[in-house]
Each structure stands twice: as structure tokens, then as C-alpha cells.
Design a protein around this ligand. Structure first.
Ligand code: ADQ
Length: 495
């Protein structure tokens, strides 16, 4: 990675603004500084977009209390935003991950509300907005990402009314009944309304948002947009853009000789079982791991799956380890897996092979290649890219995807074996159905699912969003034409 000094991107015409950069700065034990790919779905999805378009990526580099200069990376410029240790605690671990994350995921864990966390959230959002305002060229397109930065669109519009501002939420947007708990609901709505285009994973997200705008702000709403009269006049359009992956690069990776060799070696290591059941997740309580491991444990214990013949390989990348709920989850899964393995396993390989670590993409591709049954069973998930990665990679043997109804992906991947992850018996039945279905049925389902993922890849997603943003963005002509007193055709159903 080559350093180019600060503000090397003065004048970028395309910017992504996200809490995290695609790479994290780490200091190795010997004191050397290194960079490694940041975990999670946002980076998986957006990295290929940036590589293709170039521009600047504004975000935090993952190391508190450190200032890092801008540098070039894979054809675009990385613009690090510093965070203090206290900001990491209050803005990131606190408001983002212990307030918004659980609230937006159906409150599957209890959201905590602390005023000082929100103060830090505002301060940090302002810093991101200022950094983006410094880096963006006249009339640039700025694409703000995800729940950590919901105030940025409005802040940025105030600093730079000339910009085209898009926002995409990677996680679900909650229904009115839940969102209304949030003491700062109005600020969040106004923050998002600063964008010209707000994208959600599902149509339900955009309708929840517009319903809230209608109820909780004075802005008028017409069909898929809110008319925001503030410092001039702009329209904020809200629509669904289901995200995807770089399908071809995943399938090419899975087809490479290296990956096939890695898959062979893994098969050998696992003792050539007759069936491999796979789970791949960030270790997060929304991913339904407790329920999934329990269901698999019962299937082994009841003899429906033979522990000598079937292996359940579960890999979980470490995540948010300083947040209490995540520490507790890690302990619970360790305990659960240990208990099942000691009770149902023989003396050889345990029935559940559990790895709490991150793997290179090629190793994941090897696992996807081998998996006869893929379990993607979140309690709630914006989309879930793992389901799509499996479909892009799995080619060799017959495969089956077991998918939660509560993952955004369920809306597109209708041929999967669907489960309600809260219904343990139902989940066990679906897993057995997937494991024992006829080859003909499996092939038919898999063919249609793979086609869906191949045809709807990440570049289609980005093109759709960015071309809509171009259409609706704030051109000076359009602002003038609308003016402050343009008549409104628009209804309100206010309280
Ligand atoms: P995430 O919650 O991070 O993303 P997901 O979409 O499943 O969830 O993406 C996880 C990514 O991490 C995948 O690319 C996967 O390959 C990778 N990963 C998982 N376990 C790993 C391991 N052990 N080692 C290495 N890599 C691993 C958020 C939302 C999702 C939404 C995405 C994109 O929560 O709902 O799909 O953003 O919008």
C-alpha cells in the first residue's frame, strides 16, 4: 500500500463514506504495522464497486487514538477518519452496536439508550461529514453507508448543498412500533432526509421509513418520496435495492485449481464424511447461532443424523468482542458446542467442528464447494451475503440452502428450504428435508437459485442505485426550478 500524504483526493467525484474502511490497521506483536481486510458484509459488497469506479473511501481505520494519512489502495484513495478510544466506546460499541443494532433487528437483544452515547454519535457523524465535504469535488456523488452514519446526509447537505447525496442502509429498517422507542427518532429521520436517495434492502424498509416521516416530521410524503423544505427544497426518494455479491469473482475463485485443492485437503481433514453441513457467520446474536447449534445437536442426539457420518462445520468470525452481548454469545456457543460434542460424539472427530476465527475468502470458497447443506438461519438479517456466496461457489455435488424467512435474501431466494429459526422442530424438519431430498429436487432448486445470484450481482445493484441517484440528485437547476414555494401535490396523514 502506497502512502500519498493527506488530502490526496481533493476533488474526488465519487465517494463512499462508511464507518469502517475496507482495511483495518493492526499492530502486530513485533510492533510492525499491518493492514488486514475488515470483516463483514459491507466490505464484501462495496470493495468491488470501489475497485471498478475509483474515487475515495472515507472511514475509520479500526485503531483508536491514531491518526493515519490518506493512501492509495486497489485503485482508489483511502481517507482515514480518526476516532478516540472513548468515541469507539460511545459512538461505535455504544450507540451503533448496543442501541441501533438491536433496535433495528427486531429488538432480539435489548437496546440500551444513553444520552452520552448519542452525543458521541452526533460528534462523530459531524466529523465524517466534514471529512467528506473536504474531499468531494464540486457536484460530486457521495454515497453514505449504514446505520452508524445516519446523521451524515443532513450534515453534509448543510456543508455542501452542491453534492448528490445517497444513503444505503445495510440492515433492516424497523417498523414504526419499534423505531418510536428511540429517544432521538426525530434527529435520525431528519438526518436521513438530508439524502437525495435513501436505499433499503427491502421494500418494507422504505415503507417503514416513509410512514415514520409522515407521522413524526412535518415533511410531506408522496408515493416513494418526502419533500423536504429546509435550506431550500429537495426531494428525498426512498426505495429498495437488494444488495448482492460479485458473483462471478466468487464462482471463478471456487473453480480455481487452488480452491479445489484446498477443498480436497479440508475433506481429508474432516475424515471424508458422507455429508457436510455448513454455517458461516459473523459471531452475532442476530445470526441465530444458538438456535442452529441446538437444532443440529438434537438431530445428532436423536440419531436422525449419524455423528460418525455427518459433520456440522460452523465457522464464526470474531466480531464486536468488547460489547457485552457478544462476549456472552461467544461463551454460550463454546459451551453448547462442547456439551453436544462430549455427549454425542464418538472418540474420533467431533460431530460439530467449530472454528471461532476469520478465514481467507479462498478457504470459505472451498467450504462452500464441499457443503451438501448450507445453513443460513438468522433471527433477522438485512440481506445475508453468505447465502449468495454459497450459491455462487457451490458447483460440484448437489447442494441445498436452508434459509431463514427473516433474512432479506429470502425474498429473492424463494427456492431455498425456508425456516422460521424460532421454531426448533420446524428447523429440524427443514434441515432433514434438505439433507434427504431427491437429487432431482435439489438440482432443480439449486439451478434456479444459482441463476438468481448470477443475474443479480453487485455491479447491477450499484448501477441501479447510482443511476437513480443521478436522476434524483440535487442539480442546481432542479433546486431552482422547485424553489421554496412550489405548490405541493402532496398528502399528509399527520398526528
Ligand atoms: P453482515 O452482518 O456482516 O453484513 P453478511 O451479509 O452475512 O452479514 O456478510 C458477512 C460477510 O462476512 C460475508 O462476506 C462472509 O463471507 C464473511 N464472513 C463470515 N464469516 C467469516 C469467517 N469466519 N471468515 C471470513 N469471512 C467471514 C451486513 C448486514 C447484512 C447484509 C450485509 C451487506 O447485516 O444483512 O447482507 O451487511 O449489505
Amino acid at each position: 500500500m502506497e502512502k500519498t500524504g493527506p488530502s490526496s483526493t481533493q476533488g474526488a467525484t465519487f465517494l463512499v463514506v462508511a464507518n469502517r474502511l475496507p482495511v483495518d490497521r493492526i499492530v502486530r506483536e513485533d510492533g510492525e504495522v499491518d493492514w488486514k481486510t475488515a470483516p463483514g458484509g459491507l466490505v464484501t459488497a462495496l470493495e468491488p464497486v470501489m475497485k471498478q469506479r475509483g474515487g475515495a473511501w472515507v472511514g475509520w481505520h479500526g485503531a483508536p487514538d491514531e491518526k493515519v494519512e490518506a493512501f492509495e489502495h486497489d485503485g482508489y484513495t483511502v481517507e482515514p477518519v480518526p476516532l478516540s478510544a472513548q468515541e469507539v466506546e460511545e459512538y461505535y460499541e455504544g450507540f451503533s452496536n448496543a442501541t441501533l443494532w438491536p433496535l433495528y433487528h427486531d429488538a432480539v437483544a435489548f437496546p440500551e439508550y444513553h444520552r452520552e452515547w448519542f452525543d458521541a454519535y452526533q460528534r462523530v457523524n459531524q466529523r465524517f461529514a466534514e471529512r467528506a465535504a473536504e474531499v468531494a469535488a464540486d457536484g460530486a456523488t457521495v454515497w453514505v453507508q449504514d446505520y452508524q452514519l445516519q446523521l451524515v446526509p443532513r450534515m453534509l447537505r448543510e456543508l455542501r448543498p452542491d453534492l448528490n447525496i445517497g444513503f444505503f442502509l445495510h440492515i433492516p429498517f424497523p417498523p414504526l412500533e419499534l423505531f418510536q422507542q428511540l429517544p432521538w427518532r426525530r434527529q435520525i429521520l431528519e438526518g436521513l432526509l438530508g439524502a437525495d436517495l435513501v436505499g433499503f434492502q427491502m421494500p418494507g424498509g422504505s415503507s417503514n421509513f416513509l410512514r415514520l416521516v409522515r407521522r413524526r416530521t412535518e415533511h410531506k410524503v408522496e408515493r416513494d418520496r418526502a419533500i423536504v423544505k429546509r435550506n431550500g427544497h429537495h426531494e428525498c426518494v426512498a426505495r429498495a435495492y437488494p444488495i448482492s455479491i460479485d458473483s462471478k469473482s466468487f464462482s471463478d475463485l471456487a473453480q480455481s485449481e487452488e480452491t479445489k485443492a484446498e477443498a480436497e485437503a479440508l475433506l481429508e481433514e474432516l475424515g471424508h464424511p458422507s455429508m457436510i453441513v455448513l454455517g458461516v457467520d459473523r459471531l452475532d446474536y442476530t445470526k441465530g447461532l444458538r438456535q442452529r447449534v441446538r437444532a443440529m445437536g438434537e438431530l445428532f442426539a436423536e440419531g436422525k443424523l449419524n455423528p460418525d457420518d455427518v459433520v456440522f462445520l460452523q465457522v464464526a468470525t470474531p466480531s464486536r468482542e468488547r460489547v457485552d452481548e457478544y462476549r456472552k454469545l461467544r461463551d454460550d456457543i463454546d459451551l453448547l458446542v462442547g456439551r453436544i460434542n462430549s455427549q454425542v460424539g464418538g472418540v474420533g472427530r467431533p460431530p460439530i467442528v467449530y472454528r471461532h476465527q476469520s478465514f481467507p475468502r479462498s478457504t470459505l470458497a472451498a467450504m462452500y464447494l464441499l457443503a451438501d447443506v448450507m445453513l443460513v438461519t438468522p433471527l433477522r438479517d438485512g440481506m445475508n451475503l453468505v447465502a449468495k456466496e454459497y450459491l455462487a461457489c457451490h458447483t460440484g455435488r448437489d447442494g441445498a440452502l436452508v434459509l431463514s424467512e427473516f433474512a432479506g435474501a429470502a425474498r429473492e431466494l424463494r427456492q431455498a428450504y425456508m425456516v422460521n429459526p424460532y421454531d426448533l422442530d420446524g428447523m429440524k424438519e427443514a434441515i432433514m428435508h434438505a439433507a434427504t431430498d431427491t437429487t432431482q429436487n435439489k438440482r432443480r432448486r439449486l439451478r434456479s437459485l444459482k441463476k438468481q445470484v448470477a443475474e443479480n450481482d453487485i455491479s447491477k445493484w450499484a448501477d441501479r442505485f447510482l443511476s437513480d441517484l443521478d436522476d434524483h440528485g440535487q442539480s442546481p437547476d432542479k433546486a431552482k426550478a422547485l424553489g421554496d414555494n412550489s405548490p405541493s401535490l402532496i398528502f399528509t396523514d399527520g398526528e
